[in-house]
Design a protein around this ligand. Structure first.
Ligand code: HEC
Ligand code: HEC
Length: 489
């Protein structure tokens, strides 16, 4: 491994632990405020972190001392926003309503269904134009889907927690005090009004994606506005969508009751309702691991306890998957194989990840560290969905270059774009695969098969049983009268 990669890796670890410890000292406060530390706490934080950095560079003997499991702060209800029940239920209807898609044929829930681990159980979704749900979803012969969505639809568990500061695989939505209303959004998509939480801001973006929800130019006025880059303002795509919702009397009446006003709906009303629904529906803080963190010493099995000790100790997982939510809200290159159409960055099928947002070449092939809450419910894994079991994706971490280079794309079955059946994914050229491999900064010490099994057992202890199938679940019908996605179709 080149020297500079080693340094990067250690810095990543350093940052991971810094984030982790700060989690212990101060929970981020509600709203967009950056947590403030007292001078003494800050100094302590520096020294503890500096020591961690030094010990990591030394022999593995010192690693046991760095287990932070005992200092983990359990997640609490107070880490999540509260909202009126009426707003949550409005958000649920909007989340399940195809009305928000340009061609009125796909809802948020199509790709993020509670019965499918808040995602869609496939590596890459068939978005706009498809039919069916989950593994049964496909394009149709009469209206073939244009392409697969380029990245795996992520699970939405606990993303409403205050501790989550970045969203998307590349972090293109992030808390940022210097951005309008405290949220960094992609260029041209800045918020027009405040968002109640990060999820409420994020919800405004899938509406604009041609392959996810908007459709193609010529098909509907929303898609046309998107193609013309008219998003904000009185005639932009957002205003047109708000007007659509406004025109449905049941929505109008419920928003009037909620807002105490008949002022015309704004897209932020819709985003805010969806944001509070997501924070509520996908809050998952009652796993065996949570019970353990709250003091129940019997909550984890023996194998899970060993796995937890490895995860937060010598296996170094928590250097990136830090804290009780298992994320450092940061980005790392771990060489998950690229499959599918890619994001159009450079070579055919390429996806440069974080670099496309920061413009920094050093960020190439880095992706956000996902939280691992409910991870046993959310296969397939990685930003491209290349691995379909926990064992495979964890094994990938142990030898990422080898795993990337010998990856056989033929084993990933993508839903067909033009009718029933499956199709093999596209893969980028060999030279691109070599670039992804060269960027890897992940280095895990060797683990035995038994240790790997224990870690996977621990990952199962992160499942909150109340998440299975969703909490409120799908509404029986939505105010637009359009069909609601069901697994039974
Ligand atoms: C066609 C499938 C599809 C539809 C429809 C869809 N999404 Fe997504 N969603 C995705 C994919 C794929 C990503 C990841 C994209 C990326 O990171 O570049 C994503 C990312 C997200 C994220 C960020 C998750 C994370 O871990 O950071 C949230 C939140 C989300 N979607 C909510 C929504 C909402 C709300 C809607 C409806 C307004 C919606 N999605 C519609 C596929 C979909
Ligand atoms: C250098 C940082 C780093 C370390 C160390 C690390 N991971 Fe990861 N992990 C990531 C990133 C980044 C991703 C997402 C990569 C992507 O989407 O391309 C990920 C993905 C995962 C996933 C898939 C989650 C999903 O929803 O797709 C699992 C499971 C996982 N890691 C477990 C582990 C375990 C167990 C360990 C310790 C053996 C570990 N990780 C160590 C950074 C790290």
């Amino acid at each position: 491994m080149p020297k500079n990669h080693h340094v990067c890796h250690n810095i990543a670890i350093f940052r991971g632990h810094l984030g982790h410890i700060s989690c212990k000292l101060a929970r981020p406060s509600r709203g967009w405020l950056v947590p403030k530390f007292r001078r003494a706490a800050l100094a302590r934080l520096f020294w503890v972190s500096a020591l961690s950095l030094v010990s990591f560079s030394l022999a593995s003997v010192s690693l046991a001392r760095l287990s932070f499991a005992d200092s983990l702060v359990p997640l609490a209800r107070a880490d999540f926003p509260t909202a009126p029940k009426e707003q949550i239920l409005l958000g649920r209807d909007l989340f399940f309503d195809p009305l928000l898609s340009g061609n009125r044929n796909i809802a948020c829930a199509t790709c993020h269904h509670g019965a499918l681990g808040s995602a869609d159980a496939v590596a890459l979704s068939v978005g706009e134009g498809g039919m069916g749900l989950g593994k049964n979803r496909r394009g149709t012969e009469t209206a073939p889907a244009h392409q697969h969505v380029p990245r795996n639809a992520p699970a939405l568990y606990n993303l409403g927690a205050d501790q989550i500061t970045v969203l998307f695989h590349d972090g293109r939505v992030a808390r940022d005090g210097s951005a309008p209303f405290g949220v960094r959004m992609p260029e041209g998509n800045a918020l027009e009004r405040p968002a109640v939480n990060l999820l409420a801001a994020q919800a405004l973006l899938p509406l604009l994606s041609p392959e996810e929800m908007a459709g193609s130019p010529g098909e509907n006025p929303i898609a046309d506005a998107v193609a013309a880059q008219e998003i904000r303002g009185p005639s932009g795509a957002w205003a047109q969508l708000a007007a659509r919702v406004e025109a449905v009397p049941a929505y109008r009446a419920r928003f009037t009751a909620l807002n105490g006003s008949t002022a015309p709906l704004h897209i932020s009303d819709i985003g805010n309702a969806i944001g509070v629904f997501l924070a509520e529906e996908f809050r998952a803080i009652n796993s065996p691991f949570d019970a353990y963190l709250r003091g129940d010493t019997e909550a984890l099995s023996k194998a899970q306890t060993r796995g937890k000790t490895l995860f937060y100790g010598k296996a170094l997982c928590s250097s990136c998957h830090a804290g009780a939510l298992q994320t450092d809200n940061s980005f790392h290159a771990i060489g998950i194989p690229q499959i599918g159409p890619g994001k159009g960055h450079g070579a055919t099928g390429a996806d440069h990840g974080r670099a496309a947002i920061t413009g920094d070449i050093n960020d190439r092939y880095r992706f956000r560290t996902p939280s691992l809450r409910n991870v046993a419910l959310t296969a397939p894994y990685g930003h491209s969905g290349a691995y379909d079991s926990l064992k495979e994706v964890v094994r990938h971490h142990l030898a990422p270059r080898e795993s990337l280079m010998r990856f056989d794309p033929a084993r990933v079955a993508l839903p067909a774009l033009n009718g029933p059946g499956q199709t093999a994914p596209q893969t980028p050229p060999a030279a691109e695969r070599a670039r992804i491999a060269a960027a890897i900064t992940l280095q895990i010490p060797p683990l035995t098969d038994a240790e790997l099994r224990d870690i996977v057992s621990f990952l199962h202890a992160l499942t909150d049983p109340s998440s299975i199938g969703g909490k409120l679940g799908a509404p029986a019908r939505v105010p637009s009268g359009l069909p609601v996605d069901s697994l039974l179709d």
